[in-house]
Design a protein around this ligand. Structure first.
Ligand code: AMP
Length: 211
């Protein structure tokens, strides 16, 4: 029996898919794999709250909050922010959206410890991770995309050296999560190459098969 039986409701001519239970979705993949773009679309279609830890950090850096000041140099070097700070941010975000029907986690978790902390936080809400979907894009394509994004957005962590570091950090600290979620039978993957709509259609197909 699947716990996430959806029902479809239409208002204003829009079809929104609602879940009778929470649906907690992790969009996984290396930096530049398109997680941000796709997460926004998924959250909209499935009526979920999008949580991007990278966006939260960038906002705090822009606003020069104590958190922003603390993490700025770490992020500019392409390193990971300490796990303890991620727990605080996630606890806060989950609390802020206590009535959400579920979440799309984008850029979180990035370490095994964060994945375990997420399980603990969701368990407190009698909840769990529903599905982890990885966007597969190879290192050469990632480098190309991030250098292009650097020209457009001017992100300080999109310089060639920092990108190389971020890819290395992803391979050593984040990739082990694949086996962690495979072990829980929650892991699926999809090619992250192609047009935005084509990739989105592939993601929706997998979500729809799961729910
Ligand atoms: P992103 O926009 O997801 O690529 O995140 C940008 C940067 O924010 C990363 O390179 C990290 O320095 C930091 N960051 C975002 N999410 C996390 C996380 N879950 N754990 C540690 N650091 C993170």
């Amino acid at each position: 029996m699947n716990a996430h039986l959806p029902y479809i409701c239409g208002n204003d001519g829009l079809l929104t898919i609602k879940f009778s239970n929470m649906f907690n979705f992790i969009l996984f993949g290396p930096p530049g794999s398109g997680k941000g773009t796709q997460s926004v679309k998924i959250a909209e279609k499935y009526n979920l709250v999008h949580i991007s830890t990278g966006d939260i950090f960038r906002k705090n850096i822009r606003e020069k909050t104590p958190l922003g000041i603390k993490v700025q140099s770490i992020i500019e070097k392409g390193e990971l922010v300490p796990d303890s700070l991620l727990i605080e941010i996630l606890e806060d975000a989950l609390q802020q959206h206590s009535t959400a029907k579920g979440f799309v986690f984008d850029g979180f978790p990035r370490t095994i410890q964060q994945a375990k902390d997420l399980d603990t936080m969701l368990a407190k809400r009698k909840d769990s991770v529903s599905l982890v979907l990885a966007l597969e894009v190879d290192d050469d394509e990632i480098l190309k995309r991030l250098l292009k994004r650097a020209e457009i957005e001017g992100r300080k962590d999109d310089t060639k050296e920092v990108i190389a570091n971020r890819i290395g950090v992803y391979n050593s600290q984040t990739q082990p999560l694949i086996d962690f979620y495979k072990g829980k039978n929650k892991f699926k993957s999809i090619h992250g190459l192609g047009g935005i709509d084509q990739i989105f259609a592939g993601i929706c197909k997998i979500i729809d098969q799961h729910i």
